[in-house]
Design a protein around this ligand. Sequence first.
Ligand code: GDP
Ligand code: MG
Length: 451
Amino acid sequence: MTDNENLRTPIVCVMGHVDHGKTTLLDRIRGSSVAAGEAGAITQHIGATEVMIDSIIERSGASGMKNNFIVPGLLFIDTPGHHAFTSLRSRGGALADLAVVIVDINEGFMPQTKESLQILKRFKTPFVVVANKIDRIHGWQPHENASFLETYNKQSERVRADLDNKFYEIVGELYNSGFNSERYDRVSDFQRNIGIIPISAVTGEGIPDLLMVLLGLAQKFLESNLHYNASGPGEGTILEVKEEKGLGTTIDIILYDGTLKKGDTIIVGSLGEPIQTKVRALLKPNPMGEISAEEKFQNVESVTAAIGVKISAPNLDDALSGATVRAANPENLETIVKEVQEELEEVQISTGTIGVTLKADTIGSLEALVNELQKEDIPIRKAEVGDISQRDIIEVSAIEDPFNAVLIGFNVKMLPDAKEKAKGADLKIFQNDVIYRLIDDYKDWVKEKKE
Ligand code: GDP
Ligand code: MG
C-alpha cells in the first residue's frame, strides 16, 4: 500500500475561451459518475467538484493500476464566468496545481486561449490541452465514454484525416505560443511536451484519457508540492464574494492548506485594510437540498484542504475575489494581518506618478493586467480593483498628458454616475474582457494619435 495520508488532492483549473466547453466538461465529469451510480465517487463542493481516484481508475479501465497512484483524487475548480485568473491565484503563486486548457477543435485558438497560456506560463503551472468537440467533426461516429484511441480507430479514414488536420493546427498555435506539443499518447516526457487530448465533453469520448493524464502529471510533477499540514491553520483563496439569502455576504473559497474550523478567527483580504472576523458557519452544498435557501447548504464544524467551501461571517462586504483568507490566533494575528495586506499592496499600485490608470474585477486579474502592461513597458500610475467610478473619471481627466489621461478597465463596469461624468470629459477609456485586446487597442490608439 502507498501512503497518501499527507498528500492533498491536486487542484485543477479548467481554462479557455468562452463557449469552448469548460462547463460542459465539468458537468460531464460529474454527471456520468452520478449516472453510473458510483456513490461517493464524486463530491460536490462549493465552487469545485472532486473526483475520487477509484472512480478515475475505474473509468479508464485500468483497475490494475490502482496502487500506482498516491493522490486521493482531483479537485476541479468550477471557474465562475470569466474569472479564470482569480481562481488561479494563491499566496505563493498559483492556486491551481494543474490546468486544463480547453480548445474547440473546430474553431481553434481564440484570444482567451492565448491569455490562458500566458498565465500558465507565468505561474509555471503544468497543464494539458484538450481539443474539444470532436463529435462535431463531419461524419463522426460517437462511442459514449470511450477512450480516445478506441473511438478514433473506429472512425472512417476521412474523418480521421479531418481530425488530424485540425489537431495539427492546434499544435501549430501552441508552437507559436512557445510550447512544443503532441498527442498525449505520443508524449514520453510531459515536462518537455504538452500533451493534447482530443475529447468530446458531450459524448464523454476521451475523458477517461484526460483524467488519467492529469493523474499522471500530478503524480510525476507535483508530489512534493502536495504535502500539506492537515492540522495546521486554514489557508485559502476567495473565488467569489456572494450575497446569500438569510446569510448576508458570504465568501466562496478554495481551502488549499490546513484545517478551518467554525469559530476560527480569520483574516480576509479586502479593498481596504484586511478584514478580521470570526467564522460563523462553514457551508457545503447539500446534495439533497437546492430547493430553498435554508436547505441549500449543509453546516459543518470543520473542513480540511483541499476543498471548496462557503464561509458565512460578519463584515465580509469588502472581501476581494482572489485575495487570501487565513486563520489566525492571538499570537500570530498581527503578522498575518500584515502579510495579507502586503500581498494586496504588491498588486495594487498607487505610485501617484505618471502613467495609465487600471481597474480590474479581481486581484488576480489586476495582477495579470499589470504584468502584461509592464511587459510592454507601458507606465502605470495606479492599479485598483473595482468598477470604474466617478472619482476615477475625475482623477484621470485631470491628467494633462493625453497619453496618460487613459483609463483601462478589464472585466469591469462603468458605474452610472461615472458614465455621466465621462461624457465630454477629457480622457480615453478602454474596456474589454480580454487583456490582449486592451493592450492592442491601446497601442493602436497611441500609434494613431502620434501620427
Ligand atoms: P464554456 O463557456 O467554456 O463553459 O462552454 P460551455 O460548456 O457552456 O459550452 C458552450 C456550448 O458548446 C454549449 O452549447 C455546449 O453544449 C457546447 N459543447 C461543449 N462541449 C461540446 C462537445 O464536446 N460537443 C458538442 N457537440 N458541443 C459541445
Ligand atoms: Mg461556462
